[in-house]
Structures are given as structure tokens and as C-alpha cells.
Design a protein around this ligand. Structure first.
Ligand SMILES: [Mg+2]
Length: 263
């Protein structure tokens, strides 16, 4: 898997020759370093400046595709003119797009119930965050001592079991998170396809991500002839064909992208 900066001359020529480029980023672990509590994952000011500059260039459509709730994501990124996809793409907003997956709102009440039970069941676990994002639910355990990891996972699985067994919900796992999501055939990959379609004119898609739920996004952009960039150090199995080592390196690439038109 080549490091993106090592092949930048070839990649930048490819991007510069595309009439339009759809530039999409995951948020946590991609634009910002992973932190113990989700509410302190703030966007570096240089990154915000670069995203703002890119969003102002005709060549680019820029967006953020995250597991966070849409309102939370919009508030954290706070760059006008971007496409925002929250809850793994179940809700999308910006640049004339206003989308909520038609089957997702029906899950709100059950997810709220699962969240309430989990807050009760996990009350004894220090450093835990139960984040009810309305259309999906995330339990963060990065702030909890390692010895609680199995207990947290087991509790989430047991609490959601009635819905999972009935085929209504599914459990997914990421970096120190367990999520309960509607069992819909929809994720970041489908959201990226939809954003690309809504853009019109088949822009060249590029997607940067760091975690399990980004994998179907990697596949979609590569199948469309675009570029998938895995952000991270480890050689964990990924379908992305390019790599950057950290959000800091993503910041460098944002800067390079903003200067793509300059000689
Ligand atoms: Mg991430």
C-alpha cells in the first residue's frame, strides 16, 4: 500500500486533470486525532482553513462523512459550503442536499430505549460515554480502563439482542466504540454514492478514513475510479490502496490540494 505522499506527483496529476473532484473525509481519526472523549475532538485551525479554501474552489466538492450525528458534526467542523453526512450517512445535508434515510426515523424510539438501558447497565463503568445520536447509538469506552472492554461489548450486545435477533438492528465495532444501528443496507459507501450522484457530472471521488465503517466507502470510490486513503500506522487489513500515517499528514495533503492549481 503506497504512502500517498510518496506517489503524490502521479496522484496530483490525476486530480489536476479531472474536471471535478469530490473530496470526502471521515472526521474522528482522519481530520482530527482520536481522543478519550468524543466532545473534545476539535478540528485543528489549519485544517479548517484548508477545508474552507478547498470548498471555495470550483474544482472541488468537499464533504465530511462521519458516524457522528449530523448536528454535532456540523457544529464541530463549522465550515460553510461543505456536504455533511452524519450517522454513517443516514442523514446528509449541505450544497442543496437534504436527505434522511426514509426508514431511519422509525428507529428513534427503540434506540432511545436501548440508550436508556445502557446508561443504567453501564453506570458502574468509569469513563464510558453512551451517545444516543437519534438514528444510531455509540458507546465509547476509550476513557474506561481496558479491563472493562469485554463487559461493555457484552452489555451492548445483550441489551440490543431483542432488536438484533428480530433483524431490526445491527451491532458494529470500531476503535474503542460499539455501535447499535438500524439494520438497513446503508452505510458510508451508499452515502458516498448518493452524494456523488447528487453532485452530477460524475466527479472523481476521493475518500479518507481510518476505521472499519470507512471500508465500504473505500470500495465505492475505488470502483468508481477514484482514490481511497487509509489513515493510520498499522497494517490492519484495509481495502484502501493508499495510506497516510496520521491526521497531521491529512492536513499536509489538504494544503497540497489547495495548491493544486498553482504551478
Ligand atoms: Mg474515524
Amino acid at each position: 500500500m503506497p504512502h500517498l505522499l510518496n506517489v503524490w506527483p502521479a496522484v496530483s496529476r490525476r486530480l489536476a486533470s479531472a474536471p471535478r473532484v469530490l473530496l470526502l473525509f471521515d472526521y474522528d481519526g482522519t481530520l482530527t486525532p482520536i481522543v478519550a472523549r468524543p466532545e473534545i475532538a476539535t478540528l485543528p485551525e489549519e485544517t479548517r482553513r484548508s477545508l474552507t479554501a478547498l470548498a471555495g474552489m470550483d474544482r472541488f466538492v468537499v464533504g465530511v462523512v462521519s458516524g457522528r450525528g449530523l448536528a454535532d458534526l456540523e457544529a464541530l467542523v463549522a465550515v460553510p459550503g461543505l456536504v455533511y453526512a452524519g450517522n454513517h450517512g443516514l442523514e446528509i445535508s449541505g450544497r442543496g442536499m437534504e436527505f434522511v434515510h426514509p426508514e431511519a426515523p422509525a428507529f428513534e424510539a427503540s434506540l432511545a430505549e436501548v440508550a436508556k438501558s445502557l446508561e443504567r447497565e453501564l453506570a458502574e463503568v468509569p469513563g464510558i460515554v453512551v451517545d444516543n445520536k437519534r438514528l444510531t447509538l455509540t458507546v465509547h469506552f476509550r476513557g474506561a480502563p481496558d479491563r472493562y472492554a469485554a463487559q461493555v461489548d457484552g452489555t451492548v450486545a445483550a441489551t440490543a439482542a431483542p432488536y438484533v435477533d428480530a433483524g431490526k438492528m445491527k451491532i458494529t465495532r470500531g476503535k474503542k466504540v460499539v455501535e447499535v444501528r438500524p439494520n438497513l443496507d446503508w452505510g458510508k459507501g451508499k452515502a458516498i454514492e448518493k452524494i456523488r450522484e447528487d453532485c452530477g457530472g460524475s466527479p472523481l471521488p476521493v475518500f479518507f478514513g481510518d476505521d472499519q465503517t470507512d471500508e465500504d466507502g473505500f470500495v465505492v470510490v475505488q470502483d468508481a475510479g477514484g482514490l481511497a486513503v487509509y489513515v493510520g500506522l498499522t497494517r490492519q487489513p484495509t481495502k484502501a490502496l493508499h495510506q497516510l500515517e496520521s491526521p497531521a499528514e491529512v492536513g499536509l495533503v489538504l494544503d497540497l490540494l489547495a495548491r493544486l492549481d498553482q504551478p
